[in-house]
Design a binder for this molecule. Sequence first.
Ligand SMILES: [Fe+2]
Length: 279
Amino acid sequence: MAILKISEELSRDISTKSLKIEVYHQSNIDLFLESDNSFQVVFRSAKKMLEENYYVLIKNIGFVRKKNIFESFVKLFGEYYGAIEYTDIKLDCPYTGCKTKSLSLHNDDAIDIGGQPKYGFIQIQKEDPLKITKNGMVLIDDMVSYLQLHNNDLFNNLLNIKIKMLAYGVNYDGNDKNEIIINEPILYYEDDKINVRFDLTRINYYYWSKKITPSNQEKLLIDEFLLVANKFRKEMYLEEGDILIHDNLRTLHDRTECTLELNLDGTFNTREIFVSFTR
Ligand SMILES: [Fe+2]
């Protein structure tokens, strides 16, 4: 587990500064984080852990529910694009991120060849009412070492057999709704390292939408891939304020079920998160 716990002293310092700078214009908050020693020591340690472990969980950072500071923090890690998305859990959720049911192992924007985010970020704004929701993480290196030793045939199939995925636009809320179909292997080499491209929702969407029954070979490949992935899945509970950063090309992630707490006026209390990406 790659956990970076911020000391009380450093956390207090970041909290005090966060209260002061949150009224600044976004570009000035960006500049502040780029030059401030406390934010920089967190960034440098997190980046190093990310490069070595492919994910890092930052605890006790000292700022919560400050969208503009989270945005500037994300920007330290690479090319920021899109936005800070706020996601809660809904009863009638139009896309996967806000469903109460669990999300299966995937990497983000797998459909987007060439534009897939390198790093994904979430910060917990409000914990699940029953505190039951866990985030899961799988390192592709763990899977590759295992496969090379125990099942080279499966390893070669994952590098060579192409699987189709379908989406209408990369993001649910994007303007571009053109049909995107890709046909790629689940594992691929990049700079001598092995990356992953996998999203079962998009794969099943292709079969369902085109009224195609997947071959037994494809079904078996996906099933065996998930069996090995789950062998190496690590699970963690994220508390309010925690920031989880993952290398989106070299890990898979998932999330267990969430709770809907019903209020007298018919509204719900649910888990709330900020989500963002860099390339
Ligand atoms: Fe995701």
